[in-house]
Design a protein. Structure first.
Length: 255
């Protein structure tokens, strides 16, 4: 596998990621004229969008491009590198924070940052299946981290606390997108509405829940309309606000 160690960039990153940073020239001559790293990544993203991340393989991408599998290895050395480049392409650069951040406040800036991440994840749910092998190291992923840290400027938090806050918020956003994405896919696979799914779940619980063994759940079951689906963004908004409340307590303690 071609790595960045010893390269002009000296980053220790794979050659394909160094190319994304502009630290090394991209191959201009390949086994087939017109084959580029961008075309390979675009084809891989298209496969993931249609068949999920599990459908992505070097062989499948090569087939869709009409080239040999081995020709891809001139541009990207392994599938894990391809995953990083796919994520880089799908994430894109972050949208700007409210300007100036100081006027909007850290809470509004961080909330906008979180919602922007959520939109990207929901548009590319396959991205959430990519194993996390380390901290962000591609241009767009680093730009997202930079912007999250800028949202926390002036909060009085130290560097380690800011990183922990970014991890906390990102983890919440990823988990919510993964959960709602999986639930949405399950509902779609059943071919029924979300209302029908929830009504069926309520009937199942009604048969299984014992008031003696499950008193709290029994009381919840008795609330009329409890299992009616609410606004699509309600759980995300509720959860994000509670996360921000906790961060606010930390920031106030540092004031």
């Amino acid at each position: 596998m071609t790595r960045g160690n010893g390269s002009p960039g000296g980053t220790g990153l794979p050659a394909s990621i160094e190319a994304a940073w502009g630290l090394r020239a991209r191959p201009v001559k390949g086994p087939r004229p017109g084959l580029t790293l961008e075309r390979i990544v675009d084809a891989a993203v298209a496969v993931a969008a249609s068949d999920g991340l599990g459908g992505v393989s070097m062989g499948r991408v090569a087939k869709d491009l009409g080239v040999s599998t081995m020709s891809l290895y001139r541009y990207v050395a392994a599938k894990d590198e391809l995953y990083v480049l796919m994520q880089e392409a799908a994430m894109g650069p972050p949208p700007p924070l409210p300007a100036p951040v100081e006027a909007a406040g850290w809470r509004e800036a961080l909330a906008q940052w979180a919602r922007a991440q959520r939109r990207v994840f929901h548009a590319n749910l396959w991205m959430l299946r990519i194993p996390i092998a380390g901290p962000p190291a591609s241009p767009n992923s680093v730009a997202w981290w930079e912007q999250g840290l800028q949202a926390l400027a002036g909060t009085g938090l130290d560097a380690g606390e800011k990183i922990s806050v970014i991890l906390l918020v990102t983890g919440f956003v990823r988990n919510e997108a993964l959960l709602t994405g999986d639930l949405g896919a399950a509902v779609e696979a059943r071919g029924v509405s979300a209302e029908e799914v929830m009504e069926g779940y309520a009937r199942t619980l009604d048969r299984l829940v014992d008031p003696v063994r499950h008193p709290a759940l029994s009381r919840l079951m008795a609330i009329e309309g409890m299992w009616t689906p609410g606004e699509p963004d309600h759980e995300f908004t509720f959860g994000l606000e509670r996360v921000l409340d906790g961060i606010d307590v930390l920031i106030r303690s540092r004031a």
